[in-house]
Design a protein around this ligand. Sequence first.
Ligand code: NAD
Length: 358
Amino acid sequence: MHNVTLIPGDGVGPEITEAVVKSIEATGVNITWDYQDAGTDVYENEGTPLPERVLNSIKKNKVALKGPVTTPVGTGFRSVNVTLRQELDLYACLRPCKSYKGSRSRYEDIDIIVVRENTEDLYAGVEFQKDDTHTMELIEFVNARSAKKVRNDSGISLKPNSVYGSERIVRFAFEYARKHNRKKVTSVHKANIMKFSDGLFLEVSREVAKSYPDIEFEDRIIDNMCMQLVQKPELYDVLVLPNLYGDIVSDLAAGLIGGLGLAPGANIGSKIAVFEATHGSAPKYKGMNKVNPMAMMLSGVLMLRYLDENNAADRLESAISDIVEEGKDVTYDMKPTPDDPTAVSTSGVADAIAKRLK
Ligand code: NAD
């Protein structure tokens, strides 16, 4: 029996979470769910979008399955998703992008693992608002010491990449590669421009690679990487990236396999893991029972593997893969056109999967 914290999230989160719970339970695996609300509605009622009770539940259970949570743009509360990863030190974001036969994509046979650093870089949350006293002090400090001047009316986000943070994420990527019989790790950066932050990430990547002579290592500059992924994705295997590039490349890689509806993810630390889809809360579809629950179901597959429930994971993944291949019981995003009248609902997908697993 497993205890798992379940965070339905907001936007389309609650409806996809319900579908995922139904499909996981249909595998027969024994899970007690500890429901914990977080996000926009919780912010209105409890004054914070991420109350302590949610963090305490995850710390106790060590495993969570999480729906997406909205982050207000520019103003408002800080991202619950980023805070969770930082508070629980879930330093590795694992995003497998694998083609399923029948998915609507320009590509076939994609099998790329994106390993994104989750705690540092431009996502560290070290930001200074325009006109704030501390910002003015910082600008004064920088302008006194640097040949390059920062304008006084600037807002500033810092990009810290440490040896500690870079080493553990690159090591995670190589360990993953070794464990899963992968052949190559590519470190992605912009070290030609950001010599001290991305340059450090690259230097550490090269150093760590020396301990894994059985696995090929190479590096790519991020802009070239994006072009190469579109033109020849078959050349790539495991990618390891600092936080922001990892975020963007995850969506690019999701596009290669048929969209966000099929892209799962996991945030993993040394003792705790939180599983969630790559996509967000898609607010315009909230309450419509319309979006694809498969990305979160596949995140559930990753969770079952993490819990050593490999049989349940294999069965659930096969059920999803069969349904994608048949193309009948799938949501609008997996039909030839988005207005296809044969598209099924979010709960319809869950029903079809549960039926198949019986
Ligand atoms: P999004 O991923 O929510 O949606 C972008 C578009 O992708 C949608 O409009 C929809 O067309 C499609 N899409 C997404 N999920 C889908 C699904 N399951 N099935 C079918 N189509 C799907 O990205 P966004 O609109 O940029 O962000 C919305 C909110 O979500 C923002 O507040 C953002 O901060 C937040 N967000 C949260 C997470 C998270 O919780 N981990 C991740 C990304 C974005």
